[in-house]
Design a protein around this ligand. Structure first.
Ligand code: HPA
Length: 235
């Protein structure tokens, strides 16, 4: 038991796939894992542990934003001895160079967030993926003929805002897309010496307002889920 996760110690695998949404965690558990157990449902943030091709893997939600993923990833790393977290999420593209369904492997997350500074005294507004898992995702993608783009993204605390256009920190670091969690995940992993990666599927193109419809989402996310699982079995 940790403050926000009610699983017993040992009930969570060394590798965790972390979508934002608890129902997506449930979908992955029910459709991709075998011998699945629900190990925590505190606050309806579900965690499941099961097997993928014989490897024990956990999947559980981060919730939305740096504050939420900051809590869950910290407790997984420190209370459950998790070695690697692969965030699997969606993002909005800042320009039309990216297309709906594109899969991004996040190289660096740029953010205005104060999370890294005030949690761990990590200065700066750009944090890298941590450890070897980023490279393993690229190798796995190549082996499976899944096209991924290595890219910088913007981790924003803000979903709705007054000013249209790309925020300054995203321009500064050439961020092609925005999401809300990677920066805090990378900060925790950097501070704790753990492995962390973020894979994102482009779910909306901000300037044109194109988006993947609600009933296309399951099909849209399948390649990213399989990429994360196929990487996880090598860890
Ligand atoms: N903004 C922030 N996070 C997101 C978006 C967005 O437009 N789309 C998917 N995640």
């Amino acid at each position: 038991m940790s403050v926000h996760i009610s699983a017993n110690k040992g009930d969570i695998a060394k590798v965790v796939l972390q979508p934002g949404d608890p129902l997506r965690a449930q979908y992955i558990a029910e459709n991709f894992l075998e011998n699945v157990r629900l190990v925590s449902k505190t606050r309806n943030i579900f965690y499941f542990t099961g097997e993928y091709k014989g490897k024990t893997i956990s999947v559980g939600a981060s919730g939305m934003g740096c504050a939420s993923i900051g809590i869950y990833s910290y407790e997984l790393f420190t209370e459950y001895d998790v070695d690697t977290i692969i965030r699997i999420g969606t993002c909005g593209a800042y320009n039309t160079d990216l297309k709906l369904f594109d899969i991004l492997n996040v190289e660096n997350a740029a953010s205005e967030s104060t999370y890294a500074k005030y949690a761990w005294e990590i200065e700066g507004d750009l944090l890298s993926h941590q450890g070897k898992v980023f490279d393993m995702i690229n190798e796995t993608a190549a082996a499976q003929s899944i096209i991924t783009k290595n890219t910088n993204i913007h981790t924003s605390d803000i979903f709705y805002r007054k000013a249209p256009g790309t925020p300054a920190v995203a321009e500064k670091y050439n961020c092609s897309a925005v999401e809300m969690e990677a920066f805090a995940l990378f900060a925790n992993a950097q501070h704790l010496g753990k492995n962390a990666a973020t894979i994102l599927t482009v779910s909306d193109i901000i300037p044109t307002r194109e988006e993947i419809s609600a009933n296309e989402r399951e099909r849209a996310l399948k390649p990213m889920i399989e990429l994360a699982l196929e990487t996880a079995i090598k860890l």
